[in-house]
Design a protein. Structure first.
Lengths: 136, 285
């Protein structure tokens, strides 16, 4: 039986290698890039949310009912406080589609696909406009 | 209605699961089911319900789209092209609320949705129809590289398809965006029929592409609700978990179910939405 730290290091090394592969090979392909972004955002936010719910339950069921503003949220999330973790999880989920649009724009720029650079840029500008004015 | 904590959690998780399931198999966000459920059964106020359901729509969209995009069922270019329309529409919709009466809104959409349901029930989409509709495409479609192909599990075949009437589809996309801005829903019930019947995109591709687009429209609205402090993170977390589980079942169902069944189910849901909208208009009189 091998000790836990060496197993953990090996696991991390394998993850880093897999990620490097994703970055170098998969990013060339729009379908794979988007799959990774959406699934990654989903998994990370689910993990953060479940951790938040678990910690709140262990601590006796004081579940936070209002979302925090970003600065305060990050500080509490780093200290593994449930109110910070739950707000962070929700925000990560909401930001995932925006990240998807931004990364697609990058890929179209790299491929010099002018029509779609314009299209994704307009979508991104519209999104930011909506966020900025609080219209939608 | 007074509920114990355990029942409440079970009710919310089940509702979110069903919304995720319906969203991923029909291309709806699930907001159209979740908002009435959260207000009428759980007893949330409308704004809190819309905020929670928007988060659920994003979870449904991300969860299902990651599968559909991987399996190349989603037409990414078509989705991004129509996102231009829906985001413009969503911004315009916020202005329109100032001028349009709620009665006119519900009544008009009720009629349109009912007509679409009848149209979808009357036309068929089998292998033959898919082959017969392949004709020369418009120059605009070619320029946008909208035409694509997908693997259909039902026929165990790869179909190439062309995207018809991109300009008309774009206009309907603006309307879909405006509706989501006005009513606080994803607008999937407008986008799917528009792609399927107007642009002649195969049903499963239309569902997957609508699902893909929903996340972006909902994200803009959800961020606003979040910054105004209306999002309840504990409720949102439960809805996200439920919706995600729903999509992991729903994506498998869509890929294995005949397109015919999905269209028929979609049309029935449309009839329900039309009835609810017209009833809502009548109540306002």
């Amino acid at each position: 039986m091998r000790d836990f730290p060496s197993l953990a290091v090996e696991f991390l090394q394998r993850r880093v290698q897999a990620l490097r592969h994703v970055v170098t090979e998969d990013l060339k392909d729009l379908n794979r890039l988007i799959t990774h972004v959406l699934r990654g955002g989903m998994i990370v936010s689910l993990a953060v949310l479940l951790a938040g719910l678990a910690i709140a339950t262990i601590e006796g069921g004081a579940y936070p009912r209002t979302a925090l503003e970003p600065g305060h949220m990050l500080e509490l999330a780093f200290r593994l406080r449930p109110e910070g973790l739950l707000s962070l999880g929700v925000l990560l989920l909401v930001l995932t589609p925006v990240a998807r649009v931004a990364l697609s724009l990058g890929l179209f720029l790299k491929a010099r696909d002018r029509t779609y650079v314009a299209i994704t840029a307009i979508v991104l500008v519209n999104l930011l406009t909506a966020l900025f004015f609080g219209f939608v | 209605m007074v509920l114990g904590l355990f029942e409440l959690v079970a009710f919310i998780l089940t509702a979110a699961f069903l919304a995720g399931l319906a969203g991923s198999t029909l291309g709806l966000g699930g907001g159209i089911f979740l908002v009435p459920y959260l207000t009428l059964v759980i007893g949330l106020d409308v704004r809190a319900a819309i905020a929670a359901s928007l988060v659920g729509v994003i979870a449904t969209s991300s969860g299902a789209a990651s599968v559909y995009v991987r399996d190349r069922l989603t037409n990414l270019r078509l989705g991004m092209f129509l996102e231009v329309a829906t985001t413009i529409g969503a911004i315009a919709g916020a202005f329109l609320t100032l001028f349009l009466s709620e009665f006119a809104l519900y009544f008009l959409f009720g009629i349109i949705v009912a007509y679409t349901a009848v149209y979808m029930l009357r036309t068929r989409e089998g292998a033959r129809e898919r082959a017969a509709i392949a004709r020369p495409e418009s120059a605009f479609s070619t320029r946008l590289k909208l035409s694509s192909y997908y693997f259909d599990q039902e026929d165990q075949a790869v179909y190439r398809y062309r995207v018809d009437r991109p300009v008309e589809g774009f206009s309907v996309g603006v309307v879909a965006g405006a509706i989501s801005g006005l009513l606080g829903v994803g607008g999937g019930f407008v986008k799917v029929p528009a792609m399927n019947t107007l642009m002649r995109v195969p049903m499963k591709v239309a569902v997957a592409t609508s699902n893909f687009m929903l996340g972006v429209t909902a994200a803009a609205s959800a961020f606003i609700y979040y910054s105004r402090g209306i999002v309840d993170p504990t409720l949102a977390a439960m809805i996200i978990v439920g919706a995600f589980l729903g999509t992991s079942v729903g994506t498998r169902i869509l890929e294995r179910t005949p397109a015919k069944t999905i269209r028929a189910t979609f049309a029935v849901v449309l009839v329900g939405i039309a009835v609810a909208m017209i009833a809502g208009a009548v109540r306002l009189l």
